[in-house]
Design a protein around this ligand. Structure first.
Ligand code: NAD
Ligand code: LMR
Length: 332
């Protein structure tokens, strides 16, 4: 068996972590023969709950799980880690937008960025899930200057999975028959779920999704708003934010980063913008990426029409505004 990978999950006593930890420990993310050491970070008032989670992990008797280290100290949690799932943050409640969480959550990511910078491996792969995920990831990376910016990302895979599932349901085909859906921009209601380049397998034939759906009006309106507002709809129904689907998407995101994307397929993740597709530099923007050797690369050359341009710029504008707000909070 290979050497263990050391993996940290923050917010480990929370809802998302409850599903995510099981997935990681059973091998869904790093492989079914990869031993794992888990560090679990939460805040001091949650210590009791965290201990309960540790007991349950032990009781699962999972072959790959070598050690579990619960802690309330960031530097213990991040020491020499290979991968970080930064989930711990306040979730939104009904009636809030995700950016309303900036004031409550941004300082967590400033502090965790600085701690990662000091004690994590420089190769650590970080996915930020806690909202507002894009801007939290940006701040985390800013305060970890010795770790490459490419090692920080934020989760928009849940939006991708939602978009894929909507199209599959519309066409009456399996989820696996839909690929290359794109999420551009912010994990917020301004995101642009784009299926113009997506493919569907219908009756054994691969066709462009717009051709299969045959309803431009649906794709430009109902489909878009359904995906954009899905998080809020789940909160309305559950009185809690999405957790099982968020954990599944987080596991998908890191697994593809670790093992790479397949063939021509791409996935969406929030990454540091250096200006691709005319997007302002220095925001964490969700792009289509292909991944090989644990390095992502933005898919180039996709055609952007006027409709897409407008949507992509709108969500970029929101991210620039969030960045300004976040920097102000960090400087206080
Ligand atoms: P939760 O309230 O159930 O759990 C959050 C946990 O984080 C709690 O145990 C809390 O004590 C802990 N925490 C708070 N501050 C911390 C800190 N400084 N260090 C470590 N842990 C800390 O919430 P949840 O449902 O698990 O959601 C977590 C976050 O993920 C929320 O911000 C939510 O909005 C976000 N989220 C993002 C996506 C996405 O797609 N990006 C999807 C779903 C939820
Ligand atoms: C989601 O998309 O379900 C999460 O980001 C939670 C939320 O606040 O919408």
């Amino acid at each position: 068996m290979s050497e263990a990978v050391k993996v940290c999950v923050t917010g480990a006593a929370g809802q998302i972590a409850y599903s995510l930890l099981y997935s990681i420990a059973k091998g869904d993310v790093f492989g079914s023969d990869q031993p794992i050491i888990l560090t679990l970070l939460d805040i001091a008032p949650m210590e009791g709950v965290l201990n309960g989670v540790v007991m349950e992990l032990m009781d699962c008797a999972m072959p790959l799980l070598k050690e579990v280290i619960p802690t309330c100290d960031e530097k213990v949690a991040f020491k020499d880690i290979d991968a970080a799932f930064l989930v711990g943050a306040m979730p939104r409640r009904e009636g809030m937008e995700r950016k309303d969480l900036l004031a409550a959550n941004i300082k967590i990511f400033k502090s965790q960025g600085a701690a990662l910078d000091t004690v994590a491996k420089k190769t650590v792969k970080v996915v930020v899930v806690g909202n507002p995920a894009n801007t939290n990831a940006l701040i985390c990376s800013k305060y970890a200057p010795s770790i490459p910016k490419e090692n920080f990302s934020c989760l928009t895979r849940l939006d991708q999975n939602r978009a894929q599932a909507q199209i599959a349901a519309r066409l009456g085909i399996p989820n696996s028959a839909v690929s290359n859906v794109i999420i551009w921009g912010n994990h917020s209601s301004t995101q642009f779920p784009d299926v113009r380049h997506a493919k569907a397998i219908v009756n054994g034939k691969t066709v462009p999704v717009p051709e299969a759906v045959k309803d431009d009006n649906y794709l430009k309106n109902e489909f878009l708003t359904t995906v954009q507002k899905r998080g809020g709809e789940v909160i309305k129904a559950r009185k809690l934010s999405s957790a099982m689907s968020a954990a599944k998407a987080t596991a998908d995101h890191m697994r593809d980063w670790w093992f790479g994307t397949q063939g021509d397929n791409w996935v969406s993740m929030g990454v540091f913008s250096t200006g691709a597709y005319g997007i302002p530099e220095g925001i964490m923007y969700s792009y289509p990426v292909r991944i090989a050797n644990k390095q992502w690369k933005i898919v180039e050359g996709l055609e952007i029409n006027d409709f897409a341009r407008e949507k992509m710029d709108l969500t970029a504008k929101e991210l620039c505004e969030e960045r300004a707000m976040a920097e102000e909070i960090c400087n206080q």
